[in-house]
Design a protein around this ligand. Structure first.
Ligand code: ATP
Ligand code: MG
Length: 397
């Protein structure tokens, strides 16, 4: 770090998990993560270097901590982070720094057990590690009398390293883990206004997939509020996805055509088939190699094994369904955690409202339903959907 002037900057230590275990590819993943973090911090000036499986992130002092913390909590690849303070080797500065650090997470709730862990590489420093630990323990207990000392298995730790300068940091605040967005290539997320698809997108972003989002809108059968809800969901996903583009297809004509040109019990399946066809065409245009949906096995008629086999047959690229084996309650828990749940449950109808067959087919046969699909002769309408698709850029912060 000596090459840079970091005097007007603050330091965050970032812990990397899975990435640091990568063999020869490690550099590739680290570079993606570094770019993702720096992009989000822009226009704040930042410097990022790597040492022993850690990132040292220096950010201009003018950048608020809350912004940096939000970024690190929503950037896949970050396993944990601590704000670190670098001070001169005198006791006054050290105590002040410790007092400042414990005002923040994970100490700020003032509860549980803790320890101080000191490492003194500079043996000329006047205090020994044990003395440093005792003195700083006192600083913590003065501030949080309810906390207890636990040397073996503390809830949180305040670390101090005495080197050419003194570094202080706390046990890391959790990051989201996973792999940096874009390290796995690009996909297209079918984003509806429901609970499931935002969670599906989040899970794939966590495995490094970069995604555009595609929404099928059937105005006036689905309202402007329904579209606004999807825009809001895309905005909430923005930080996790490193930004995205929301693509909106006007699906009204296609839905009305399906209603008039297929049997009632097949309506939903025909709509799913059309969605896949349009999604394939858009994926091709935007260099997306896979489609992602929020389907879970058995959740509704269009998600039985037979229905999924039929929908799959309509796609020439893989369809990833990260929620396939999840219960609704598990999906809801994640939706709450990532902050999309409250928006997802707003009561605006999604685009199945034009037709909800009383007895939808639950065991379609690929051959039979493919013939039904072909008989509709809907290609021109779908081509128009693709051509007139609207784009809304969504920021990453
Ligand atoms: P969700 O809660 O995400 O709406 P769902 O349980 O309501 O899902 P379906 O309506 O059958 O289930 O949709 C299954 C998946 O198909 C969704 O998770 C989403 O990926 C996609 N999908 C459904 N409707 C739309 C739409 N209007 N626009 C884009 N994708 C959609
Ligand atoms: Mg839905």
């Amino acid at each position: 770090m000596e090459k840079y002037d970091t005097s007007d900057m603050k330091l965050f230590l970032i812990r990397l998990g899975e990435i640091s275990l990568k063999g020869l590819n490690r550099g590739f993943f680290e570079k993606k993560l570094k770019n993702n973090i720096k992009l989000k911090l822009h226009p704040c000036k930042s410097l990022l270097t790597r040492e022993k499986g850690r990132f040292y992130l220096y950010v201009d002092n003018s950048c608020p901590d809350s912004k940096i913390e939000f970024i690190l909590k929503t950037t896949f690849g970050v396993v944990g982070f601590s704000k670190a303070l670098v001070v001169e080797k005198n006791w006054d500065s050290i105590t002040k720094a410790a007092a400042e650090l414990i005002e923040k997470e994970p100490f700020s709730d003032g509860k549980g057990s803790f320890r101080i862990q000191s490492r003194r590489s500079d043996k000329s420093f006047e205090m020994r590690s044990i003395q440093i630990e005792q003195q700083l323990g006192g600083v913590v207990l003065d501030r949080y009398p309810q906390m207890t000392v636990n040397l073996k298995n503390p809830d949180k730790t305040l670390y101090i390293e005495v080197r050419e300068k003194v570094y202080l940091y706390t046990s890391p605040v959790e990051g989201p883990g996973g792999l940096p967005v874009s390290s796995a290539g690009k996909g297209l997320l079918l984003l509806s206004g429901g609970i499931d698809s935002p969670v599906a997108g989040w899970r794939m972003a966590k495995r490094g997939l970069n995604m555009d989002c595609l929404y099928f809108h059937a105005y006036p059968y689905t309202s402007d509020q329904a579209l606004q809800k999807v825009k809001d969901l895309a905005t909430l996903l923005g930080p996790w996805l490193q930004g995205t583009t929301l693509l909106v297809v006007n699906f009204t004509q296609a839905e009305l055509w399906i209603k008039d040109h297929s049997r009632e019990e097949e309506h939903t399946l025909m709509m799913r088939a059309c969605m896949m066809k349009v999604a394939n065409a858009i994926a091709l245009k935007r260099n997306a190699r896979v489609i992602v949906t929020g389907e879970a096995l058995g959740q509704v008629a269009s998600q039985t094994l037979e229905s999924l086999c039929f929908t799959n047959s309509m796609s020439s690229i893989p369809v990833l369904r990260p929620l396939i084996g999840m219960d609704k309650n598990e999906i809801i828990d994640t939706a709450r955690e990532i902050g999309t749940y409250e928006t997802s449950i707003l009561p605006y109808d999604d685009c199945c409202v034009i037709f909800s067959p009383k007895h939808p087919l639950v065991k379609p046969e690929v051959d039979v339903q493919t013939r039904s699909y072909e008989k509709m002769e809907i290609d021109d309408i779908l081509a128009k959907c693709v051509e007139e698709c609207q784009e809304y850029p969504v920021n990453y912060i």
